[in-house]
Write a protein of this length. Structure first.
Length: 323
């Protein structure tokens, strides 16, 4: 008979790695913790605390976002970027800035107005220890549903009950006061109808006390608005500044850097494509000349990077992640 000598140390090691047994002899494996990717990214612009908060994702046919791209070339560019050719996924990158004792949210996000993958803003706000009641102001670049959808909560009330909401005056006149002609949108008539209805429904809770502004105004110290007309009648870009530090938010001047920055293709949802192109070039040229840190609302999270000038136009360089 062969005998086995097992040391006390080996017994302890075996016990440490063995699954726990219950009294019936069955094993009880402990469920692994659920780990979710972060939807909040913090950094500073001078003395201003800034946090990119994701509201999730939307997606659509690539040709919608690159309206003048030859189909074969568009598909090849997407394949080379390891992106699918049947749908282009866009992020929803809102920005929270904390300055002068106030918390100001730039863009409200889509909520559920443009698909089931939006509406993550409030959970991500909670991860940094804040509630909707803690927001003092919400500043909107333009009144498309993916930028204003979260203004209305599930009960039809104000999602940010204490916040003053700022919107472009020209957009308010076009989308809210009248019945906008959306025939320029490269989507179905049914989608256009739902798009227009989502805009009006989203702003209902804040309509009585909304603050209207014209691009060029300084909303609060450290937050300037820049005219970026063309995508909508009154769209603004944002410039967050503190000391010598600046951050440029380009709203919907471009949807995805692969098709609207690295390539010069025009977004289909631009209402006035020539004016939008002029705005895009003027603001992108400023980003290049001043070496600005740029936040793209729809760019891959957290949407931060810089722009370079190239022979073909521009190139997008994602920023190194800070820890």
């Amino acid at each position: 008979m062969v005998s086995f000598v097992i040391s006390r140390r080996r017994l302890m090691l075996a016990a440490a790695v063995a699954p726990t047994a219950n009294i019936s002899g069955a094993t009880c494996a402990k469920a692994p913790p659920v780990v979710r990717n972060s939807g909040a990214y913090r950094f500073h612009v001078g003395d201003i605390q800034a946090t990119v908060l994701s509201d999730g994702l939307i997606s659509g046919p690539p040709s919608v976002y690159a309206s003048d791209a030859p189909e074969a070339e568009l598909h090849e560019v997407l394949r080379r970027a390891f992106l699918p050719t049947d749908a282009l996924t866009l992020n929803l990158n809102t920005l929270l800035i904390e300055t002068g004792g106030r918390r100001i949210l730039l863009e409200a996000g889509a909520g559920q107005t443009m698909g089931p993958n939006g509406g993550r803003l409030f959970a991500n706000l909670q991860t940094i220890g804040l509630r909707p009641e803690d927001i003092d102001a919400v500043v909107i670049s333009h009144t498309h549903p993916d930028h204003i959808g979260n203004l209305r909560n599930a009960d039809g009330g104000k999602a940010f009950p204490r916040a003053t909401v700022y919107m472009p005056e020209a957009d308010w006149a076009f989308f809210i006061r009248g019945e906008p002609d959306l025939s320029y949108l490269p989507v179905s008539a049914d989608f256009r109808q739902r798009f227009a209805a989502a805009i009006k429904r989203s702003v209902e809770p804040v309509a009585a006390d909304v603050e209207l502004y014209r691009a060029g105004a300084e909303i609060v110290p450290g937050l300037a608005t820049l005219p970026a007309l063309g995508h909508t009648p009154g769209m603004a870009a944002f410039l967050v500044h503190s000391g010598s530090d600046q951050l440029l938010l380009t709203a919907d001047l471009a949807y995805h850097p692969v098709v609207n920055v690295d390539r010069p293709w025009r977004p289909g949802p631009d209402r006035d494509k020539d004016t939008a192109l002029q705005s895009r070039r003027r603001i992108f040229d400023r980003a290049v000349a001043d070496k600005l840190l740029v936040l793209g609302f729809h760019y891959p999270f957290p949407g931060l990077g810089r722009m370079l000038k190239t022979e073909a136009g521009y190139a997008w360089v994602p920023a190194n992640r800070q820890f």
